[in-house]
Structure formats: C-alpha cells, structure tokens
Write a protein that binds this ligand. Structure first.
Ligand code: GCW
Length: 951
C-alpha cells in the first residue's frame, strides 16, 4: 500500500513489478558521458503554452545513445533511464526573473531523449507537460541533432485517454492512470493536490508515472520530478507519494491600484498600474509558475488596506484577466475587500454587516465576481485595524462581518480570510494593563465557534507585528472551533527589507513546531493549522509576498524565502536547512562546497540579524512609526502603538505577567502560561518580551542582561562581516553577475550591521551607565569623528535619533539657501568648486564641503571606512583623498529611506590597503545633490592586517 507519512514526506511503496535495481546495473563501469562540443544555451520558450508539437509516434530506442570511445552504441533503455536520473546536474546561475526555475542546458550534463505523454488534456496537465519540455532535463538527444538547440522533448501521442506503450513519462489524474494501468497500485491518503510518482515496466519499456489526485496534483508531481532531477538526485526506482498539509497555501500581495506596494521592496507592482490592472500580465503568468512549482494555490492580489474601487464592475472585469493568467498554474485569485464597500461603492446608507440590504449587496457582488471568475478563491479582510472601517462602528463583531461575506461566497465555494490583526493603536502607555499583544486573543477568543464554516481566521505568527522574534500568538490555541491560517511575511518589512540577508524559514519553522499544549495535549501550531488538533477541515499558511517588477524580491538570495514559504506550506515537517539545500542546488549550483556555504549563510542569517537588531525578545528596535528599517529605539516608547519595551535607567522589558503586568502571559494554555509567567523559566530569547528586568539581571548562563545586549550586537555584526567572506570563498563557482550583485549587498549589510550595533550599544550604555566588561561600548579605536575634523563648508549637526550617529553628531553640507551662521564672518564660501585635482568636482554653483584629519597613528597599511549618510532625493558625490591625492570617488545613489541623516541611510564604504604615516592628511570631500547633503559621520581606520591602530 502507498502511504504518506506526516505532511507529505515520501513513504516507501512496495514494488509490484520488476526488480529494476537489478536491471539497471551499468553494463560498463568506465562509462563516460560526453556531449557535443557545440552544446549551447537553448532558445527559451516565450510562452508556457507553445503550440502543441506534432505527435511523435515513437521514442525510438536508437535515440538513446551515448558516445563511448568515439563510437556510438545503444544503451539499454533501463540503463539510460537510471543514468539520466543519477547524473548530478551542475546547475548554473539564475536570472532572477525565473528564480529557481531557470533551466539551463549545461555542458557537463548528460541528457537523453525521453517522451512525455499526458493522459488527460486539461490546461493544468498541459502546463505540466510543457514545464517538462522547458526544463531541459533529460528530454533531448545530443547525438540526433547536435545543432538543434530548441527543446527536443517528444510529447508522444497526445491523444487523451488512449493507452499505449510509448511514453517514458506518463502524466495523468489518478482516475486516468487507473484506467490505463489497472494493475498499478496507487493508494494511501489523498486530497486535493496530492500526487504519486512511481514507475512501471511493461514489455521492457520503463516508464515514470506522475499521477495526481486531480489535475493540480499532476502539475505538482511534474514539478516534484523536475525538482529532484535538478538536484541531481538518484530517483530510480521512484516511489513518492505526497499530500499537501494545508488546503490554504496562499500568498498575499499588498499591491495598490496605482502600482505601489505597501511594504514591497522590489519595485512596482506586476498587477496594477495607474489605477488599473496592467496591460502586460506576462510577469503574472511567470509568477504563477513559480508559485505552482512550490505548491502555492491562492493569490490575494491587493493590499489588505483595500482600495474600495477594485470591487466595482469595471475593475472586476480587469481582475478576471489576472485570474486567467494564473489559472494554468492552479493558482486561484482572491482579493482584499473593504468592509465599507456597500456604502462607498454600492451607494447604500450603511455597511452594517447585519443590515439585510448590506447582506444582499455582498451576495450580488459575489454572484458578479463568480460570473467573471468562476474559480475565485475568496476575500481577505482587514477591518477595525489601523484606521480601516469595520463592524465595530455598528457595535458588530468580526464574526458578524465575516459571516455576511461568507454567506455571499458559500454558494460558489469561496472562503473568507478574516484577519485577527485588530487592535487599538491609541493605547494609553501609562496604563500597565494596556497591551497591544493581548488584542487578537481578547477580541477573537470570545467569538470561537461563531464563525461560518467557510471563514478562516488569519492570525500573524506573533501577537505584535512580524518582529524579528516574538512568541507564538496564543490565539492559535484559543480557537478550537474555528478554521485558522497563520500569516507570515516573506517581504522583509522588519527584517532588513531585502537589503539584509535574512532567511526566514528557521523563524517560521520555530513557530510551526511550537507546542502550545492546548488542553495539556501535544498541539504544535503546524497541527492546529492542519486541522489535526481541533478537527478543522480548512486551514493553512498565508505569506505576505511583496513581490515586484525588480526580480520578484530584488535580492537574489531573498528568493529563498519565497521558495521556503511554499515548501513549508506544502509540508511543515521539512527542515529549513534541507529547504535551503534544495533551493541552492536549483538556483545557484550543485557544487557541494557552494551548497554547504550558501546553506550555512542562510541558516545563520536570521540569528545574526536578531543579534544585531533586537535580542532577548526586545523585538526589532527599529523606527516603528516610520521606515521600519534602521535603528530608532525610542520610536516604540510613549506612544499609542503599543510596541513598548519600557527601557529606563534601571531596566528594560515589558511586564506581561499576570501577577504584575498586562496579563498577556495568561492567554496561553496553562503549561505555557506558567513558563512565561516566571523570568526563571522564560527562554532567554523571549525574556524581555514578558518581563521588565534590571540590566544587572543574570541570564541562564550567568551573563547580565546589559552585557548580553553588548555582546549580542557585536557578535551579530561580526557574523554579518563573515557572510562577505563566505561568499567570497565560493567566487570561482558562482556566475559572475550573481556574485557581484550579492557581494555588494552583503558588504552593505556588514556596514549597516555596524550602524545597528553602535546605535543599540551606545543607547543602552548611556541609559544604564553600566560599562561594557569587554571595553567596547563608547570606545572606537581608529575612529575619527567628522565633527572633530577641520571642516570647510560642512556644518556640525545633531542626528535624530541621536544613537544613529557616532556620538550623536555628524556634518552636513548646507544648501546654498541655508542660512549658515557658522560661516558668518569667516569669509569662507562653501559654494565654490574645488580644483579637479582634489577629487570629484562639483557642478557649477554646487558646494564642495571637506572634512580633513591629520593622521597621528603608526606608520602602516590601513583600510579606511567612510561612514556617510546616503539620503533620499539626490545622489551626493564623495571623494576620499590622502595628502590631497584622490583615492576613491563614489556616488551615494542607493535607494534608502529618509531625507534626514539617520540609521536608515547611514552607509559604510571601505577603501583598502592605503599606506599612511604620521602627519599625513586624510580628507573627505562631499558634493551634495538635491536633498542629499553629503552628510558624514566619521572615518575609521583599521590596520590592513586587521589590528586596530592607536590613533
Ligand atoms: O506591519 C504592519 C504594516 C502595515 C500593514 C499592517 C497589516 C498592510 O506596517 O503596512 O498594513 O501591518 O498587516 O495590516
């Protein structure tokens, strides 16, 4: 019997046919695969559905040749198959637009002609067949026609339902396969999207069977086959059976009709432009393909802060085009709706969800939608949250609102994903009982059992808001009679916005594995979502993707997060490291050193980011009222947003205990509540989320809280620097353009990790007054402050927040219109161009400002880091000079938040191996541009041998 073990892992299936292993033994031990010399990149297929190829009557046995010792001779079919599947494939670099699905012909891969035949003719099966054609995997015969660079997949006898013995890979639904191969045993748990990969041998013809529970399962099976082949896995004999863990495997896009994307960091929308759906939806189709390849089956297309007009008739017709583009990939369209739509769009006097006219309006709207989009998936709702209208305006509950929408969708099979992200953002920070973390449970737990069957409550993984670490939301255990989905962020809003490498799978996996001990029984979050714990048929994972036109997520390595999200939504029992491994093999290289290096970088990246941004459960200590990017510790304090960490001179942390705090800890089932109630038993990495503690409180390893904060930030920043070296170590194995792209990102990250480190360390050092046992806080050997330099033109400024600049100060080059009291009476005008020999010259009328230091340290070879602010609204130019000689010019043209110098845009550029002796002058020239005032924080010299010199 076929069996599926937990969450879709493959399970052994007894063979019912020939012992293939015996048959597959190579006949020659010195067999060497060779390929023609003129093997080159193939012509990409422009459409996922090119016109059908003429049917190929047979895949002739003589096409399976390899060259041995200059002679061609036939190989037995079974051997060909085994070798095909066994040869490790050296995947090359990606282009980001095809991400992990960039299929390349390579010169070191040996491939053969293999036929593929689908038993059915559905669109999804055709997608599956064509995907195999596109994959360049084993479906070509180099000796037949070496000059033929197009895909030579032979799609054998495409006539549906006709049984013959031709195909080498046969695709079909369970029913179709059973009809054609009645002797085949395909058993085990099933469900929508499930698939079997197996093999049969008939009349000495070896075939791989891709059987899907439904057409979608066929497509997933084909992608699974490709995934394994591309990783070079030996899969013959093949026996795989997978069933997706969750029915809901959705991505949410937060795209606005004008083409902007809330919390998107990869350019403009692929869906919308200028208020309408984009004309060109080719990228949407390509995106659908990526999503399908990892099993994602739903896409909610617009921002949860929903633009009401998207539900009007004109826009619905446009949205139908998006649904059409996604349909060949089995990805169903969903949309966010504003609860006030019946009033704003429908012209009713109210949007009270219990008003009969409102209910009728939603029902009619649903009918209209399904006429246009018959497979429409459903609505996502953000209501009574961050200014969005909601049922509370009428004294109604989220269940009232959700059920009205659910009733409208139910006749069509649609669902409502109602977000539990409902909270008051005008909380009273004086009140120790006030706590935003409590909101979801306080509001939704009392409604358990009141939601319609097609409502799924969608809860963020933690009780606050996608922070670098939070405890798991207690609501997952608090809804026993309600379908649930967990929302995570793929787009890195609070985790470095794709400028920092942060592989999020370990964080998600930690949440999925957390055992909430509901009713004192094992109840890991992943099983609650799967419906196992509370017997709910619906549930799943939703990932806020934020993909845009710039290579989906802009950063090539960030795509590992999109991939991992899909894989975990399919099977939450996969480990983040095995997912990292398979992503790397398909995307970067199958070289074992590359795989090990990249996997290690990915796995270390989230812990490193946590260490340098917000350890001990403090959450990301970022600017929570602005960019959500750079450090800004006090932005969380003393305002209504409720992300307080209550730092004062004596201690830090939010008291969420039942005994003395907000009582949040008591929302967990008793076993966990007990653990979190005491600082003794709370895990260190969540300590300050639950407890307000003195800086001198000792952690489990005996280290004080303050010393841990210092150490953690230094350790995290040092790890970020290591990522650069790790990547450099594999340069020869990496595609050059990918290498350069990622290297620049990692170097930037290493510099910004220092900004984070210094901001948080100097903030807590000043607040606590407690010295760093290792002497680092407040001491920066080799650092020369800009405000201490001889300045021409530059003015000293206070940076806000102060911790974002070294000692809180920087220098900025004023605009010609700025009143410049510092310059008054000096006769100096900063608005003249300096001679060309002094580095980059300013355009006519623009000032060049300079900061100059005299080197008083030891003679030697140094690296000089310049810490400057790369501001929005211009591209300032900088030059580093030594003794008047330019060493390096660069332009501050990165796209970073804010027009004001702060931790969002503080950037480090390092010039290496510069010889210096005492008395040498070091100078930085800055030429502002627009609102980028060429602001400068400091320079820092380290010995090129890495030892810091004494200034
Ligand atoms: O994290 C916050 C984001 C908002 C977002 C909100 C939400 C779409 O900063 O941009 O709004 O969460 O999840 O609704």
């Amino acid at each position: 019997m076929l069996q599926k073990n937990m969450g879709g892992r493959e399970a052994p299936m007894p063979l019912k046919k020939i012992d293939l292993l015996r048959k597959l033994k190579p006949t020659s031990s010195n067999w060497v695969p060779q390929v023609p010399r003129n093997w080159g990149p193939g012509k990409p297929l422009t459409s996922p559905h090119p016109p059908s190829q003429p049917s190929d009557p047979l895949c002739p046995i003589h096409s399976r040749f390899v060259r041995m010792g200059g002679k061609a001779r036939p190989l037995p079919r079974a051997l060909v198959f085994a070798l095909l599947l066994a040869i490790p494939l050296a995947a090359q670099a990606q282009t980001a637009d095809q991400a992990w699905l960039k299929y390349e012909k390579t010169t070191d891969r040996h491939i053969f002609s293999i036929c593929v035949r689908s038993l059915g003719n559905s669109t999804l099966q055709q997608s599956a067949v064509q995907e195999l054609a596109r994959s360049h995997l084993g479906f070509e015969n180099p000796l037949d026609d070496p000059s033929n660079q197009t895909s030579s997949l032979r799609i054998c006898n495409p006539a549906p339902g006709i049984r013959d013995d031709i195909g080498d890979v046969i695709l079909g639904t369970l029913a179709e396969v059973r009809r054609s191969y009645p002797q085949l045993v395909l058993a085990g748990r099933s469900g929508p999207g499930a698939f079997w990969l197996t093999h049969v041998v008939e009349h000495d013809n070896h075939k791989i069977i891709v059987a899907g529970e439904d057409d979608q399962g066929v497509l997933y099976g084909a992608f699974a086959l490709i995934r394994r082949l591309r990783q070079g896995q030996l899969i013959y004999p093949i026996e795989i059976h997978e069933v997706p863990a969750y029915p809901i495997r959705w991505v949410d896009e937060w795209d606005n009709p004008d083409g902007s994307i809330e919390r998107g960091y990869a350019g403009r929308s692929i869906f919308f432009e200028g208020g309408n759906v984009s004309d060109d939806l080719a990228p949407v189709s390509e995106y659908g393909r990526l999503l399908a390849s990892v099993g994602i089956n739903g896409l909610n297309v617009n921002n949860v802060n929903a633009a009401p007009q998207l539900i009007d008739s004109g826009h619905l017709r446009q949205l139908a085009r998006i649904a059409d583009a996604l349909r060949p990939w089995g990805v169903r369209l969903a949309m966010s709706v504003a609860i006030a739509s019946p009033q704003t769009i429908g012209g009713l006097k109210t949007y009270d969800p219990l008003d009969p006219a409102v209910k009728a309006w939603w029902a009619a709207k649903a009918n209209e939608i399904y006429t246009l989009i018959p497979d429409f998936a459903g609505f996502t709702v953000k209501a009574d949250s961050e200014g969005q209208p909601g049922p509370a305006s009428f004294g109604r509950t989220p269940a009232d609102a959700a059920n009205t929408l659910a009733a409208a969708l139910a006749p069509h099979g649609g669902v409502v994903l109602y977000r539990a992200f409902v909270y008051n953002h005008h909380l009273d920070w004086h009140d120790p009982k006030a706590d935003r973390a409590r909101a979801a449970y306080d509001i939704f737990h009392p409604l358990d059992g009141k939601f319609a069957a097609n409502v799924i409550v969608q809860t963020k993984e933690g009780p606050i808001d996608f922070q670098v670490r939070e405890p798991v939301s207690p609501l997952f255990a608090g809804l026993e009679h309600t379908a649930q989905a967990m929302e995570v962020q793929i787009t890195q809003e609070y985790t470095g916005q794709q400028r920092h490498l942060v592989y999020l799978a370990p964080m998600w996996k930690g949440v999925l594995d957390t055992d909430l001990r509901a009713n004192s029984q094992p109840s890991p979050v992943k099983e609650i979502l799967e419906g196992k714990t509370f017997h709910q048929p619906l549930g799943g994972l939703v990932g806020v993707a934020g993909i845009g036109r710039d290579r989906w997520l802009r950063s090539p390595l960030a795509l590992a997060n999109l991939y991992a999200f899909g894989r975990l939504a399919w099977n939450p029992n996969l480990s983040p490291s095995e997912i990292a491994d398979e992503w790397t093999r398909q995307t970067i290289s199958t070289n074992s050193v590359v795989v090990a290096t990249v996997e290690n970088m990915l796995m270390q990246s989230w812990p490193a980011y946590e260490r340098y941004t917000g350890p001990l459960g403090l959450q990301t200590l970022t600017d929570i009222t602005g960019s959500h990017y750079g450090p800004n510790i006090e932005s969380s304090e003393r305002n209504g947003w409720g992300q307080w960490h209550d730092a004062d001179a004596l201690g830090v942390g939010k008291d969420r205990t039942v005994a003395t705090g907000s009582g949040y800890a008591g929302q967990y089932p008793p076993e966990l509540a007990k653990i979190y109630e005491s600082e003794e038993t709370t895990p260190d990495d969540l300590l300050l989320f639950f407890h307000h503690l003195p800086y001198t409180y000792k952690l489990h390893d005996g280290k004080t809280v303050i010393q841990y904060l210092y150490d953690s930030h230094y350790q995290g920043a040092a790890q970020a620097a290591e990522f650069v070296k790790d990547w450099q170590s594999i340069q020869p194995q990496i595609d050059p353009s990918l290498y350069t792209d990622v290297l620049a990102r990692l170097e930037y990250q290493a510099g910004h990790a220092i900004v984070w480190r210094d901001a948080v360390v100097q903030y807590f050092f000043k607040l606590s007054g407690i010295p760093d046992a290792k002497g680092r806080a407040g001491h920066f050997p080799g650092r020369l402050e800009a405000e201490d330099a001889r300045l021409t033109g530059y003015q000293v400024i206070d940076v806000h927040p102060w911790e974002d600049a070294s000692r809180g100060k920087a220098v900025s080059c004023p605009t010609p219109t700025q009143n410049d009291p510092a310059m008054k009476g000096t006769g100096f005008s900063p608005y003249v161009n300096t001679p060309k020999s002094s580095g980059a010259s300013a355009p006519e009328g623009m000032p060049t400002c300079t900061a100059q230091w005299t080197w008083t340290g030891a003679t030697g070879r140094y690296n000089i880091a310049v810490q400057y602010f790369d501001l929005e609204g211009g591209a300032a130019k900088f030059t580093l000079l030594v003794n008047g000689q330019p060493i390096s010019n660069w332009t501050a043209d990165a796209s970073l938040p804010s027009t004001h110098p702060n931790g969002d845009n503080s950037t480090r550029k390092t010039m290496r191996d510069i010889d210096l002796k005492a008395g040498d002058t070091i100078q930085v020239n800055g030429i502002p541009d627009g609102s980028d005032r060429a602001a400068l924080d400091y320079i820092e010299l380290t010995s090129a041998g890495n030892a810091a010199p004494k200034p």
